[in-house]
Design a protein around this ligand. Structure first.
Ligand code: PMP
Length: 296
């Protein structure tokens, strides 16, 4: 599904075959989940392939490394260029791009001296599908920000996401909704939450969530569209009395939520601000860069 005999990956400055690459079984990343990664999307546009917010994603990768004391040995621009080259070499246009910084062999609980970086990419459709989601409130809460670096996209943090997703799916739901450790609304296992009430959008404030690049994009789009957005600490009851809600993330894009623990939102998705933002997001990611010609 992810690669075949011809697939190339980027590994420490070179392009190598995916099926001929390997990693050390004594890597700290494998044993302790001590690595950082990104999830990026490339879109086919009228003007070739565009990697959406590539710079922002690699800047977050760099910041994630800094936050957890993992060396970051590349520049953001090198990695942006490598991503375009990787997509071209693999003939990919609409694709998901996965950079991963992983550590050298080290069985102790100390910061690493050496790391590697790999970037792989594959063709991928809508992560959560395109129909509205039925959510289950998770029995797991998001990790406490004093236990981990919540703003960092660290491999090991995703055990929380996997547990929550598995629990929701095992109960017959599409996806989980996680609260923070104080019981306020937080986010999905891999997406940020927004809800609409009486024409205003609400989203959990930063502090207990991953600061999503899609969340930031939705905030920008809302401003452009003249939609008021409030950020704060909100309760499950506030969500349940909302008119509608949606998740957003690089993989999920903007996707409507049908119900939370079987309590349905009454507003028709097509009439919501979420739908408006879903369309605006879909157009934005496929928009070609505007070329600005200057006359000397
Ligand atoms: N929250 C979590 C926990 C995530 O894993 C993701 C996906 N990276 C998001 C939110 C959304 O972030 P982004 O929009 O940057 O993909």
């Amino acid at each position: 599904m992810y690669y075949n005999n011809n697939t190339l990956i980027y590994l420490d400055g070179e392009f190598v075959k995916a099926n001929e690459s390997s990693t050390d079984l004594y890597s700290q990343t494998l044993h302790y989940g001590y690595g950082v990664f990104e999830g990026i999307r490339a879109y086919k546009t009228n003007n070739g392939t565009k990697v959406f917010k590539a710079k922002e994603h690699y800047e977050r990768l760099k910041k994630s490394c800094e936050l957890v004391n993992i060396p970051f040995n590349s520049t953001v621009q090198e990695l942006v260029d490598a991503t375009y080259e990787l997509l071209q070499k693999n003939n990919l246009t609409d694709a998901y791009v996965r950079p991963l910084v992983f550590c050298d062999p080290n069985m102790s609980l100390t910061k690493p001296n050496n790391v590697s970086i790999m970037i792989c990419a594959w063709e991928w459709g809508a992560y959560l599908g395109d129909k509205q989601l039925r959510l289950a409130v998770s029995s797991y809460c998001r990790p406490h920000p004093r236990s981990i670096k919540i703003e960092a996209k660290v491999c090991g943090h995703y055990i929380n996401s996997i547990l929550a997703t598995t629990e929701a799916k095992d109960k017959g739901y599409d996806e989980a909704l996680l609260l923070d450790s104080d019981g306020y609304l937080a986010e999905g296992p891999g997406a940020n939450l927004f809800f609409e009430k009486e024409g205003v959008l609400y989203t959990p404030q930063l502090g207990n969530i991953l600061p999503g690049i899609t969340r930031a994009t939705v905030l920008e789009l809302a401003e452009e569209l003249g939609i008021e957005v409030k950020q704060g600490l909100y309760t499950l009851e506030e969500l349940e009395s909302a008119d509608c809600a949606f998740y957003c993330g690089t993989a999920a894009e903007v996707i409507g939520i049908e119900s939370v623990d079987d309590k349905q939102f009454h507003k028709k998705w097509d009439d919501t601000l979420g739908k408006k933002l879903q369309e605006a997001y879909s157009q934005l990611v496929r928009k070609t860069e505007t070329l600005v010609y200057t006359t000397l």
